[in-house]
Ligand binder design. Structure first.
Ligand code: BGP
Length: 480
């Protein structure tokens, strides 16, 4: 549908940018911080680094916040490292960690930048993982206690709270993003403590526990902080059928349910998506629902939905007898699910240097679908292009990133014209950081960080061309 005069973004639109703690902070064992599953991770692809120093934001946050202010950010989406606040996950609170985030939030607020806070972004404390991680209900209690500390400490500084980053990707691609160890199978990571013989059943048990944890802290947030707003932050993208064959359309509908609606239906309605539940039941992987779980799940309703969007998926009906489940791949490269769907490449879409398809129109469709189903305000908490940047004469000419972001913003504006209530947009990422599974070389930031995979150089900051472009775009409230 064409709009002759596309709508404007709302005047209080939160033009932001995003990072996560373990990818940007470094100082992995300083300031009393305990190790997280990301620090314990060993499955970095060959030739890429770990997260020990990252972008050294822990030591340079004041300089970075100055740059964010110069960029003109109205908001900044960041995460707290759980193991900086509670080093062993459920034991004593670490005052140095508490003080660090107070300093960071104060610096942002002093520059008029609204912090949008994710409480858990892929970095479960390793001590909890050793006790069973999300397979154990102990982790639900620990998560609620950790969030209570955050609400008490930072409740007067943070208005927008995000519960769990990309829970769906932790379930579908946990090995690639380091939340379950690579090994014999998903969910078989160290200390899963499950004793389950079916790794996939174990994963969906963990999923159920995360949903309970999310519902409990959503409710707690509302009880403790009257004006705060809280929502989930899954990775959502519509799934296209490869063609008009009814079996392909059905396969797309199934994958939409398993990938997207399972997570949002639960967050918004407190119930399992029926198609996803039927699939889990048929596979023998449906989680056990304990007494009281359904009441808990329906008691934590979000105020808004956050979503991360990078690309769409295109799927076809499975081939007869074909093996292959959703294992391997990454956040955007699903492989398939036996008897349900198989991923095909979309001939209409170009790809990034890292193989992710580029689909701005799919962004508009995704926003519309989420709005149609849930009628809640939407905050986009990630969207961006990972590429190999090069510095020439002290400049980074990242016109490819500008092209990607401006095409997506144009489609987001059309979604607003379609009636979607988009309240904010946070490109990934504010500053260069370590990719979830492809190291330093896959860069996303508006600000270049001078380091390579294993040579830390001086970690100096440099404004890329995209920095100046985004600065102008924010000034014009998205119409530049
Ligand atoms: C999302 C994660 C981010 C970030 C981003 C880009 O799934 O929430 O943490 O890493 O993807 O992914 P990658 O770093 O793998 O390119």
């Amino acid at each position: 549908m064409d709009h002759k005069t596309p709508a404007d973004f709302r005047p209080d639109f939160l033009w932001g940018a995003a990072t996560s703690a373990y990818q940007v902070e470094g100082a992995w064992n300083e300031g009393g911080k305990g190790p997280s599953v990301q620090d314990a991770r060993t499955n970095h692809p060959e030739g890429t680094t770990d997260f020990k120093v990252a972008s050294d934001h822990y030591h340079r946050f004041e300089q970075d916040v100055e740059l964010f202010a110069e960029l003109g950010l109205k908001a900044y989406r960041l995460s707290i490292a759980w193991s900086r606040i509670v080093p062993d996950g459920d034991g004593p609170v670490n005052p140095e960690g508490i003080a660090f985030y107070h300093r960071l939030f104060d610096a942002l607020l002093a520059h008029g930048i609204e912090p949008v806070l994710t409480v858990y972004h892929f970095d479960l404390p390793q001590a909890l993982q050793d006790k069973g991680g999300w397979s154990s209900r102990v982790t639900i209690d620990a998560f609620e206690r950790y969030c209570k500390v955050l609400f008490e400490e930072y409740g007067d500084k943070i208005k927008y709270w995000l519960t769990i980053n990309e829970q769906n990707m932790m379930i579908l691609h946990g090995a690639a993003i380091g939340t379950t160890a690579a090994g014999p199978g998903p969910g078989s990571g160290s200390g899963s403590g499950s004793g389950s013989e079916n790794p996939k059943r174990e994963l969906y048990r963990q999923n159920h526990h995360m949903m309970l944890a999310q519902a409990r802290v959503t409710r707690l947030c509302h009880d403790m902080l009257q004006t705060a707003k809280i929502g989930p932050a899954p990775n959502i993208s519509v799934v296209y059928p490869a063609g008009s064959h009814p079996d392909d359309v059905l396969a797309a509908s199934d994958f939409n349910a398993i990938r997207n609606w399972l997570y949002l239906d639960m967050a918004v309605y407190g119930t399992y998506n029926p198609t996803a539940w039927a699939w889990m039941t048929a596979e023998g992987i449906a989680p056990e629902i304990a007494e009281g779980d359904l009441e808990t799940l329906s008691a934590g309703r979000p105020d808004f939905l956050a979503l991360n969007y990078y690309t769409t998926a295109t799927v076809a009906a499975p081939l007869e007898g074909e093996a292959g489940a959703v294992e391997g791949g990454d956040q955007q490269l699903a492989v398939g699910e036996r008897g349900v769907f198989r991923t095909v490449s979309n001939p209409h879409l170009a790809r990034t240097e890292f193989g992710w398809e580029i689909d701005p129109v799919g962004f508009r469709s995704t926003l519309r679908d989420v709005h149609d189903r849930y009628r809640l305000p939407i905050m986009v908490t990630e969207n961006g292009l990972g590429g190999y940047d090069t510095v020439e004469d002290g400049k980074v000419h990242d016109d490819y990133r500008v092209a990607y972001l401006s095409a997506h913003i144009e489609q987001m504006r059309l979604a607003v014209s379609d009636g979607v209530d988009v309240i904010g947009y946070h490109p990934w990422s504010a500053i260069d950081l370590i990719s979830t599974h492809q190291g330093v070389s896959k860069r996303y930031g508006f600000i270049h960080v001078d380091r390579e995979e294993f040579d830390l150089k001086d970690l100096g900051r440099l404004r890329k061309d995209s920095f100046f472009w985004y600065q102008q775009l924010i000034k014009s409230n998205g119409s530049a």
